[in-house]
Design a protein around this ligand. Structure first.
Ligand code: MN
Length: 216
């Protein structure tokens, strides 16, 4: 059962002027697509072939010899999640309930934004910065290198920023800080709020796709 490239929940040009059509053509159409293609090549005729994408991530994370499979599976998952964290019609801030929760853990909303942006700026090399919910309902910012994914650590991902250079190089070259300013303006807070209801064990890749029609 081949893993499918999940559809982009909007058109390539819809995140302009914040993220260019060219960036999405490469980031989704080349990078994301290649992770899915690589994964399918790696798992063909192996026991991973029968598993859901989340199951492949959990299983391969336990087996150091399957690092290539983990990296491509996690990158496939992370990108789908990332696309759904963005919206062409984003609200500038979360709804009341989510705002209260963020303020409880991070102080003012601006303080959360600053902490999240700093974590994105400070992540050395390639990786992802996540806002996650712990099993005790505590929110925290979790920078992870390369393809790492919080569901492997028993956390529920709420929001992610891709800080691999391919996310911003076409638009901003080396200036990650300029990309982060743009990213902040197009966060899909409805998607973040939706993720609060989830737990890592019930995470399914189909969910972000299904709700994208509602919130974008
Ligand atoms: Mn990427």
């Amino acid at each position: 059962m081949a893993i499918q490239l999940s559809p982009l929940p909007y058109e390539y040009k819809d995140l302009e002027p914040h993220l260019s059509e060219e960036t999405l053509l490469f980031h989704y159409g080349k990078h994301h697509a290649e992770y899915v293609d690589n994964l399918n090549s790696l798992i063909r005729n192996t026991f991973y072939d029968k598993l859901l994408l989340e199951e492949i991530i959990f299983e391969s994370a336990q087996n150091p010899g399957d690092k290539k499979i983990f990296n491509n599976a996690a990158q496939a998952w992370n990108h789908t999640f990332y696309w759904n964290c963005l919206s062409a019609k984003a609200n500038p801030e979360p709804s009341r309930d989510l705002l209260v929760l963020i303020e409880k853990h991070f102080g003012k909303f601006k303080s959360f934004q600053d902490q999240f942006t700093t974590a994105c700026q400070d992540l050395f090399g390639s990786g992802w910065v996540w806002l996650v919910k712990d099993s005790d309902e505590k929110l925290s910012i979790m920078p992870l290198e390369n393809a790492e994914n919080p569901i492997v650590f028993g956390k529920t991902p709420l929001l992610v920023c891709d800080v691999w250079e391919h996310s911003y190089y076409l638009d901003h070259q080396n200036k990650r800080s300029e990309y982060l300013k743009c990213f902040t303006k197009i966060i899909n807070w409805n998607f973040v709020e939706h993720n609060l209801q989830k737990s890592p064990s019930i995470f399914h890749i189909s969910e972000p796709q299904n709700i994208s029609n509602i919130y974008h």
